[in-house]
Write a protein that binds this ligand. Structure first.
Ligand SMILES: Cc1ncc(COP(=O)(O)O)c(C=O)c1O
Length: 308
């Protein structure tokens, strides 16, 4: 399997300093190592070639979600939001990337302890180079997973924590094994929830419909951006409501969205073709606008972009 990132020796922030990723070590006795106890964020930085700088997209909003996740998990970050923001910029800038990247910010427990230990959250910031994901141009095929999405009564999907991705792993591996590109989850009420690493929108009679934040989904930053951009810039009506499985098959367009995935069309579900099996016009228009926003080209949303 191809590993992520072109730089083998990138610089990361770990436990108070910038060091080579090859020297970075965490405790094998930590509950993070054993139980996946962490909270994290993935943030995209786009290269602005003209001004030779990187543009981090909605950095503050990602950090706010990191702190919300930490609060629910009762991990107390060692740093304030402002401190993490400046460490983020310092660490990413030290790498002198000249390409689009994603950056992982992880709060984790580095002491030896158990799953219920309440130590302070140590900070890891780790950038990796990242281009477009699979299916960006041509779209992807999805199945409805036989695995149910975790829910707020057991493992809250609202928390961005490593352990939640075991649920995603089961669905994704099953999908790949059955020759699909990815999976869509139904939640414990039988409604559409999200994909293993992204949120979902469908288009029906020119309306954009997406499951509500109570449908066992991560409160996605990209989802929020798409809702705002579509409403405010494109005049598209948005409906946040439960979606039945059988609404998917005859709808006009389906797309997934997330920081890493950006906006990727879904061209079939359970081998049933969606629309004409190509990226739909509304998905295309939203994607164009989204890319103008992330590149800081639309004044109204410049506050979402941190240049450095
Ligand atoms: C399970 C899940 N849902 C949705 C998303 C999209 O969230 P965001 O747009 O904040 O990256 C992600 C990606 O981080 C995810 O892992």
């Amino acid at each position: 399997m191809k590993s992520l990132g072109s730089k083998k020796n990138n610089l990361v922030w770990l436990a108070g300093k910038i060091i080579s990723s090859q020297e970075a070590k965490i405790s094998i006795l930590s509950p993070t190592c054993q139980y996946g106890l962490n909270v994290f964020e993935v943030i995209r930085c786009y290269l602005d070639k003209k001004n030779d700088q990187l543009l981090a997209f909605r950095l503050r909003d990602h950090l706010l979600r990191l702190f919300r996740s930490a609060k629910i998990m009762r991990i107390k970050p060692k740093y304030t939001i402002n401190e993490i923001q400046s460490i983020f910029i310092k660490t990413v800038a030290a790498n002198k990337y000249k390409e689009d990247i994603t950056v992982r910010i992880v709060l984790f427990i580095n002491e030896s302890g158990s799953w219920n230990s309440e130590y302070k959250g140590e900070l890891l910031i780790s950038p990796i180079s990242r281009g477009r994901t699979h299916g960006f141009k041509t779209g992807i095929s999805c199945c409805i997973s036989s695995w149910e999405r975790i829910n707020d009564k057991c493992l809250p999907p609202r928390i961005k924590t490593g352990a939640n991705y075991i649920n995603g792993r089961m669905a994704q591996l099953e999908a790949i094994n059955n020759k699909y590109d990815s999976a869509l989850f139904l939640n414990n009420k039988g409604n559409l929830s999200e994909a293993p690493g992204s949120c979902i929108f469908i288009v029906k009679e020119n309306k954009l419909i997406t499951p509500p934040i109570t449908a066992s989904i991560l409160e996605s930053v990209t989802r929020d951006s798409i809702i705002k951009i579509s409403q405010e810039e494109l005049g598209i009506s948005i409906v946040e409501r439960d979606i039945d499985r059988t609404e998917l098959y005859p709808c006009d367009e389906v797309f997934l969205c997330g920081t890493t995935m950006e906006i990727v069309p879904v061209i079939s579900v359970d081998r049933i073709r969606i629309g004409n099996g190509k990226i739909g016009p509304i998905t295309k228009t939203i994607r164009q606008k989204y890319f103008n926003v992330i590149k800081g080209k639309i004044n109204k949303y410049k506050g979402w972009v941190t240049a450095f």
